[in-house]
Design a protein around this ligand. Structure first.
Ligand code: SAH
Ligand code: SF4
Ligand code: F3S
Length: 477
C-alpha cells in the first residue's frame, strides 16, 4: 500500500504535537478559502457501521472543527467524508451507491473535497476499485491513522492530487486529540481497539488490527473530563471488552476497570459493548450485580445455537456453555436485559443446526436480537468453505428467526408495564413535538410527554403501555 513519507521540515515528529501543528496549518488554509468563497467552509461526515465508527467520526469531526470547518449534515458540503463499514457486503454496496450521488454533487461544486475512511478502506481490492472507477475521490485513509486527518487534508489541499494513506496495522494509540460529541450528555469511550478473536466469518480483525487496550488511567481521565463537560452516561467500547487489559504492561481486568469508572463522581450510568461469551468472568457478573451505576443490559452475541457451527465459527464456546452462562447471569441479576447477534446461513448450516439456534432463542428469551444473513467476506476462513448455503434456503430461515425473535421481545417488553424506572431523556420524539424519548437502564426506549428542557436529564418514568419494543410512559407527578 502507498504510504506518504514527505513531511515539511518544520513539522514536529512526535504525536499529538505533529497533528496539532497540522491543525494550525490547515486552519490557515481553511481561513483563506472561506475569505475567497465569502462564507465558512462546511464539513459533513456520514458514518456507516458500528459504535467504533461512530466514535471515530466524533474524533474526525473534532479535528475538522478545530481546523475551522463548520459541521454540517448536508452532503453538498465543502468537505465530505464517508466513514465506511465492511462487516457485510450490503454495507459496501451502500457506499458505492452513494458515491455516485456524491460525484453528481461535485460536478456542480468543483471545490468539493471527497474523502473515504474506515474499515472498507483497509481492503486492498476496495482501494484498487476506487482508484480505477471513482477517480473523483480526493483522499483515502484507513482505521489506524484517523488521528492524521489534519495532516492528510493539508496535503490534499497543497498537492491537489488523490492522497492515499493506509496502514496495515499499528501499535500506537494517540491520546489527547479533540472530539466533537454528538450528544452533550452521553458519550462512547474507547477502552480497546482491534480484535484477536478471528471468528471465521468476520472481517473485523483484518480491518481493525490486533487488540490493544488503553491504559486505565487514560480512560478514567477521559471520563472525568467528559463528566465535567456534562456527560452522565458512558458506553465503554471494544470488540471484546471481556479481554480488556490482559496485554497491558500492568495487566488488569474489565471488571476492575468498571469498578474504577464507577467511582467517578457525577457519572450516573455505565454501559459497554461488546461482551464475548467465551471470556465473560464471574468477577464481571458480580461487579454488574453489585454496582448500581452499571446498566441492566448485557449484549451477549450468540451467533449460532449449534455447537457444530459454533466450532466452525471459531467462537470457542458451545451451546451448553452459552446456556449455562446465561442461566448464571440471570440468577445473579434477574432484572438484566439480554440482547444478542445471530447469523443465519453460515456455511454448512443444516435445518438441524438452525433448529438449535431457534431453541436457544426460545430458551434464553432475548429482550431483542440483531439477526443477520451470513455474508461472505473475502479473506476470511469461512469464505473459502465449500458448503455455502444458497439464498433460497437461508432467506426462509431468516424470516422464521426474525418472527420468533420479534414475538419474544414483544412479550418481554410487556413484563415491566406498570413499573416506574429511570429514563435518560435523549431527544425529541421525531413524530410528535409534544413528546420526548428516553432510554431505560435496560436499554429499552420510552416515549413520554415532555419538552427540550428534559433532554440530558435522568427522570423517573411510569411505564404505561408496551408497543412491542418500546414503551409509552409519563413523568411521575
Ligand atoms: N465484536 C462483536 C461483533 C462485531 S460485528 C462480537 O464479537 O460480538 C457485529 C455483528 O455482525 C456480529 O456479532 C455478527 O453477528 C455480525 N457479523 C459479523 N460478520 C458477519 C458476516 N460475515 N456475515 C453476517 N454477519 C456478520
Ligand atoms: Fe468479529 Fe469475532 Fe472479533 Fe467480534 S469477536 S469482531 S465477531 S472476530
Ligand atoms: Fe463495520 Fe468496522 Fe464496525 S467493519 S461493524 S465499522 S468495526
Amino acid at each position: 500500500m502507498e504510504q506518504w513519507e514527505k513531511y515539511p521540515v518544520e513539522a514536529p515528529v512526535e504525536e499529538p504535537f505533529r497533528q496539532q501543528y497540522f491543525m494550525e496549518r490547515l486552519k490557515e488554509m481553511v481561513r483563506e478559502k472561506s475569505i475567497e468563497y465569502g462564507r465558512p467552509l462546511t464539513a459533513c461526515i456520514k458514518t456507516f457501521g458500528c459504535q467504533m465508527n461512530a466514535k471515530d467520526s466524533e474524533k474526525l469531526m473534532g479535528i475538522l472543527e478545530q481546523a475551522g470547518f463548520k459541521p454540517s449534515e448536508e452532503e453538498n458540503s465543502d468537505f465530505v467524508l464517508y466513514n465506511t463499514c465492511t462487516v457485510r457486503d450490503n454495507a459496501n454496496q451502500r457506499v458505492y451507491g452513494r458515491l455516485g450521488y456524491l460525484n453528481s454533487l461535485k460536478q456542480k461544486n468543483p471545490h468539493m473535497t471527497i474523502a473515504l475512511c474506515g474499515c472498507m478502506m483497509q481492503e486492498a481490492s476496495v482501494i484498487e476499485k476506487i482508484k480505477k472507477s471513482y477517480r473523483f475521490v480526493d483522499l483515502i485513509f484507513g482505521t489506524h491513522n484517523i488521528f492524521r486527518l489534519a495532516e492528510l487534508l493539508f496535503l490534499c489541499y497543497t498537492e491537489g492530487r488523490m492522497v492515499i494513506d493506509i496502514w496495515d496495522g499499528t501499535d500506537k494509540i494517540v491520546e489527547d486529540l479533540p472530539a466533537k460529541r454528538k450528544y452533550s450528555f452521553k458519550s462512547g469511550v474507547n477502552i480497546m481497539y482491534g480484535c484477536n478473536n478471528f471468528c471465521s466469518y468476520c472481517i473485523v480483525p483484518y480491518v481493525r488490527g490486533r487488540e490493544r487496550s488503553r491504559n486505565p488511567e487514560d480512560i478514567v481521565q477521559e471520563i472525568r473530563g467528559l463528566v465535567k463537560d456534562g456527560v452522565v452516561e458512558v458506553m465503554l467500547l471494544g470488540q471484546n471488552v471481556n479481554s480488556y487489559g490482559k496485554t497491558l504492561e500492568k495487566p488488569t481486568s474489565f471488571a476492575k476497570l468498571l469498578k474504577q469508572v464507577a467511582e467517578i463522581e457525577g457519572l450516573e450510568r455505565i454501559r459497554f459493548m461488546t461482551s464475548h461469551p467465551k471470556d465473560l468472568s464471574d468477577e464481571l457478573i458480580e461487579t454488574m450485580r453489585d454496582c448500581p451505576k452499571i446498566c441492566r443490559h448485557l449484549h451477549l452475541p450468540l451467533q449460532s445455537g449449534s455447537s457444530r457451527i459454533l466450532k466452525q465459527m471459531n467462537r470457542v464456546y458451545d451451546k451448553e456453555q452459552y446456556l449455562a452462562l446465561v442461566e448464571k447471569i440471570k440468577r445473579e441479576i434477574p432484572d438484566l436485559s439480554l440482547t444478542t447477534d445471530i447469523i443465519v446461513g453460515f456455511p454448512g448450516e443444516t435445518e438441524e443446526d438452525f433448529e438449535e439456534t431457534l431453541d436457544v432463542v426460545r430458551r434464553v428469551r432475548y429482550d431483542s436480537a440483531f439477526t443477520f444473513i451470513y455474508s461472505k467476506r473475502t479473506g476470511t476462513p469461512a469464505a473459502a468453505m465449500e458448503n455455502q448455503v444458497p439464498e433460497e434456503i437461508v432467506k426462509p430461515r431468516f424470516d422464521r428467526l426474525l418472527t420468533e425473535v420479534q414475538n419474544i421481545s414483544a412479550e418481554m417488553c410487556k413484563k415491566d408495564v406498570g413499573k416506574t424506572m429511570t429514563a435518560l431523556i435523549e431527544g425529541m420524539d421525531s413524530h410528535d413535538p409534544s413528546m420526548v424519548t428516553g432510554r431505560l437502564s435496560n436499554n429499552i426506549m420510552v416515549h413520554i410527554p415532555g419538552d427540550s428542557s428534559d433532554i440530558g436529564k435522568l427522570i423517573p418514568v411510569k411505564l404505561l403501555e408496551s408497543k412491542g419494543f418500546y414503551y409509552m410512559g409519563k413523568k411521575l407527578p
